[in-house]
Design a protein. Structure first.
Length: 507
């Protein structure tokens, strides 16, 4: 059949248009990932289904094993350069057949069956191992984890070193490591399922999947910043939803009284983020354009108190109040630095951390301004004060015991009581609106007790308001700015927070 050049051009145009339409559709079908494939010898084809609404991946895979000098499995992958941090919650769908069926993360130099690789493997019988192959076609080695049957899997690359950290949701994570594993710079990174029996297909579901590009080596804190995810966490299930991403530093989301928006700070300004429209709008705070991440809404939701780095006070943080819709700030604290953290339920007082005479302590001041009252006087840093919704207590964190721990006291500063005592450095207790729970931020032991830096491994932990055993509800790469301010939803079911990733390097 003879086809004219114009017909051929039209056909080519249609073909290119179809291909262009398929590319984003394929990407949407894979979520964070770029491709999927069966690696090695697999007689039953694998697959992946991505549910964008619940942000979950269901991977079906066959394959005889991932061991010795080759691997057979189904793989959903993304190409990533440099260092990264991988996190997911996962479980098999159903009881399965083979006790050594596997799921997890695997990182590979290429897609060949005998590729150099490192794998975070969770077996059907609960065994967990960091498996690795140093050379193409070489033998697989492993380091076993002391944890069995985890559903939280974290794999981190730092240069040629890899760390696997696992645990059951609610628990802290236990690490195992391998060093000097040279796989190359840009690698295949992704999730896998191996049935350990090539006549079967096994399935696993992965949720809260995060691929993070950490801060680069040598970055300067408070001068250099990486991007931000504005997230909402369901406290009952631990499910996380990213509602907004920015290459800039977003910090400290408050939740408005009507539940319709979040208020956060970025680059000195305050923003109102509408949860229905999913977009931020800058708030008018007049001359206060150097706001830090210490800002709090009054309990009635009508007024916003802010901490602005005041030029007339040699850039010390000073507390002001402004209508929640914006307006001219009104100065409240006479002295600085003063870092705001709480508002009394009756609206009469603000509480904050102030540095006076070289010591950081908790202070109270009338909400209309006036003389401040010192509420703590223990040596070392006292920080993060916040009223309980019934006004009976002020919760805060203190380093007086040697590590940073959660405390509470009566509103006049009396009856100071320690609520946590563990190996972590615990910051910023926030009481749920129903008064039942506290959520707080926990730094690891490698962070100085009186420091709360950016870009670290941290936990969001939950415990009863009267004290008790905390449990983890969020495994986060963040720190400073993650949850500095009260950030519960009005119904006490969700918490807003910020996690961090370098979106310029890994969009």
């Amino acid at each position: 059949m003879h086809t004219s050049s114009s017909s051929r051009l039209a056909a080519l145009t249609v073909s290119l248009a179809v291909a262009a339409a398929r590319a984003p559709a394929q990407q949407a079908a894979l979520g964070l990932f770029q491709g999927q494939t069966d690696v090695g010898h697999v007689t039953k084809q694998g697959s992946v289904t991505y549910d964008a609404g619940s942000d979950r991946y269901t991977i079906a895979g066959s394959g005889a094993n991932m061991w010795l000098d080759h691997d057979d499995f189904h793989y959903v992958w993304k190409r990533i350069p440099g260092d990264f941090l991988l996190l997911a919650r996962a479980q098999f769908d159903g009881p399965g057949v083979e006790p050594h069926r596997k799921f997890g993360w695997t990182v590979r130099s290429n897609l060949a069956t005998g590729s150099p690789q490192v794998t975070a493997a969770v077996h059907g019988d609960g065994l967990v191992a960091l498996q690795f192959r140093r050379a193409a076609g070489g033998q697989t080695e492993e380091v076993r984890s002391p944890v069995t049957g985890p559903d939280v899997i974290q794999l981190e690359r730092a240069g040629d070193g890899y760390t696997l950290s696992v645990g059951r949701f609610g628990d802290t994570l236990a690490p195992v490591r391998v060093a000097d594993l040279a796989l190359g710079d840009t690698l295949y990174v992704g999730l896998f399922v191996c049935a350990h029996n090539d006549t079967l297909v096994e399935r696993a579901t992965f949720r809260d999947v995060r691929i993070t590009a950490p801060a680069p080596v040598g970055f300067a804190p408070y001068r250099d910043y990486i991007g931000s995810n504005l997230e909402i966490l369901d406290v009952a299930t631990g499910d996380r939803t990213i509602v907004f991403r920015s290459p800039e530093s977003l910090q400290a989301p408050n939740w408005t009284k009507d539940g319709a928006a979040l208020i956060y700070n970025s680059q000195g300004l305050l923003y109102r983020f509408d949860l229905a429209q999913r977009r931020p709008v800058a708030l008018n705070t007049g001359f206060a354009t150097s706001n830090n991440n210490d800002h709090v809404l009054s309990f009635d939701g009508r007024t916003l108190a802010i901490s602005h780095q005041s030029a007339e006070d040699h850039n010390a943080s000073i507390v002001y109040t402004v209508p929640v819709g914006g307006g001219l700030p009104r100065r409240i604290t006479k002295l600085g630095p003063s870092y705001l953290h709480g508002w009394s339920p009756d609206g009469k007082f603000l509480v904050y951390t102030g540095q006076r005479g070289g010591e950081f302590d908790v202070y109270r001041v009338p909400a209309d301004g006036g003389d401040e009252t010192r509420l703590t006087d223990a040596p070392g840093l006292d920080d993060g004060p916040e009223y309980s919704p019934d006004g009976r207590y002020i919760y805060f964190n203190s380093v007086r015991s040697g590590t940073m721990q959660i405390w509470r006291m009566r509103p006049d500063g009396s009856t100071q009581q320690q609520l946590t005592s563990d190996q972590y450095n615990n910051w910023f207790p926030h009481v749920s609106p129903d008064g039942r729970w506290i959520v707080f931020l926990s730094f690891m032991r490698d962070v100085a007790p009186d420091d709360h830096p950016f870009y670290k491994h941290v936990y969001l932990r939950l415990m009863p308001a009267a004290g008790g055993t905390p449990r983890v509800i969020g495994y986060v790469y963040g720190g400073q700015g993650t949850i500095n301010v009260p950030s519960w939803s009005p119904d006490s079911r969700r918490v807003a927070f910020v996690s961090n990733t370098d979106l310029r390097r890994l969009p």
